[in-house]
Design a protein around this ligand. Sequence first.
Ligand code: SF4
Length: 75
Amino acid sequence: MKVPRVDAEKCSACGNCEAICPEVFELGEEHSCVITDDVEGLEACIEAAIENCPEDAITFEEEEGEAGGEGDGGG
Ligand code: SF4
């Protein structure tokens, strides 16, 4: 499953991502944070936030960690 992340070092707290996708991003005092890991159906909104992030601080990639072994989807 893909999960969104904000690189706190890059983020300039401009607020774009929260404006575009408030279900996923929340602007803190110094940088934006991801507030959920349940992003099903929010992929397009996350992609839009990525495109509108002036600092390229958002990533949306496969989560690393425990791999079950069952492939889902593929393609
Ligand atoms: S759009 Fe990018 S730079 Fe702006 S608050 Fe979100 S992560 Fe930070």
